[in-house]
Write a protein that binds this ligand. Structure first.
Ligand code: HCA
Ligand code: CU
Length: 343
């Protein structure tokens, strides 16, 4: 697979299964399940993992356990723009903080602050965290529905204070590709820190928007296993990694993609749910072929005629379904022969 020149900014994946994922209605991970999840993410090789806010005592105890896991990625605490949250993050010994800000004046007013005071609070947190050698990201939630000039002031401060990343969060899952291209382009042009993106999937755009953002200059994408999160969730790790591979943004050796099916099925087991039938990691359906034209194509021209990548590459398997109204003339015998030649 030839690598593409169109995505030079890509640096890595920030998986948030242990933070955004916990906001999925059916998620309530125990300590050992959380450790199991981080171990799977480490084995896949995600670059960083986001955890919750350690100002919450239960979260800080959990973080203590997660820090013990060997060969884990750096942990980033997801915190509000509050000094107490940053203090808790420093105490928790995570490697970094992902601060999320609002630019909604009604909300800032409710905190009893003016926007300038809110920015001063942010500056204080950044200064303290820098002294503690934490990696820092500053994002604006609900970016696509927010006052752009206020959002830009947050990013200016983050840039001036030498933060590592600035983030765009599509909290409502409302952004379309052209909005993403324009916004990421604007940030790329005006600010120095790497750009991180976080897309919700309400309109089914979470993976697509991530790819558009990478092409426009974003470096980091937030994901979760199975795409779980608030409401319809965010960019799914499996779909994104497969896309990065298919479009030549990463070589297949960059992540251990062959663990994706097992990891997402394990998580589904923890949740007591099935892997959604429309994910590539669904074992019975992700690579099933049924129409006569498809079966014929596969058998006569090879699996690549109807598969983006061999299912084995993500640890999944294919199924050829025959004997149905739409399956044409392909016989069981032909299918058996095909399976022998293409195990
Ligand atoms: C949420 C917060 C967040 C934050 C994303 C970020 C969002 O609604 O729970 O830190 O950039 O989607 O806005 O997940
Ligand atoms: Cu979110």
């Amino acid at each position: 697979m030839k690598l593409s020149n169109y995505f030079p900014a890509f640096k890595g994946i920030i998986d948030s299964t242990l933070r955004e994922g916990l906001q999925f209605r059916y998620a309530d991970f125990s300590k050992s399940q959380s450790k199991q999840i981080l171990t799977m993410l480490s084995a896949i090789g995600v670059d960083k993992a986001e955890v919750g806010n350690p100002v919450n005592r239960e979260v800080s105890l959990l973080i203590r356990n997660l820090l013990e896991i060997e060969n884990r990625p750096p942990l980033l605490a997801h915190i509000r723009n509050r000094v107490e949250d940053a203090a808790a993050a420093m105490e928790s010994r995570v490697e970094g903080i992902n601060i999320f800000c609002t630019v909604d004046e009604a909300r800032i007013d409710r905190l009893g602050l003016t926007f300038d005071q809110y920015l001063r609070e942010l500056e204080k947190i950044i200064t303290l965290s820098k002294k503690a050698n934490l990696e820092i990201r500053v994002s604006v939630e609900n970016f696509f529905n927010s006052n752009l000039s206020l959002a830009l002031r947050v990013y200016q401060l983050a840039d001036r204070s030498d933060c590592d990343r600035i983030g765009i969060a599509d909290t409502l899952g409302m952004a379309l590709s052209w909005d993403v291209e324009k916004s990421v382009g604007l940030l790329k042009k005006n600010f120095r820190p790497d750009i991180e993106v976080h897309f919700h999937n309400d309109l089914g755009q979470a993976v697509s928007n991530a790819l558009v953002a990478l092409r426009a200059g974003a470096s980091w994408v937030d994901t979760t296993l199975l795409g779980i999160g608030e409401r319809s969730g965010i960019t799914a790790l499996s779909t994104l990694l497969v896309s990065l591979y298919v479009y030549g943004i990463i070589p297949d050796s960059k992540y251990r993609m062959q663990l994706l099916t097992e990891a997402e099925n394990n998580l589904a087991g923890i949740l007591g749910k099935d892997v959604p039938f429309n994910l590539l990691t669904n074992r019975s359906n992700g690579f099933s072929h049924k129409a006569g034209v498809h079966l014929h194509g596969l058998i006569n021209f090879g699996p690549q005629s109807y598969e983006l990548l061999p299912p084995k590459m993500i640890g999944n398997e294919r199924h050829l379904v025959s004997g149905t109204m739409v399956s044409g003339k392909t016989t069981k015998r032909e299918i058996e022969d095909f399976k022998k030649k293409n195990p």
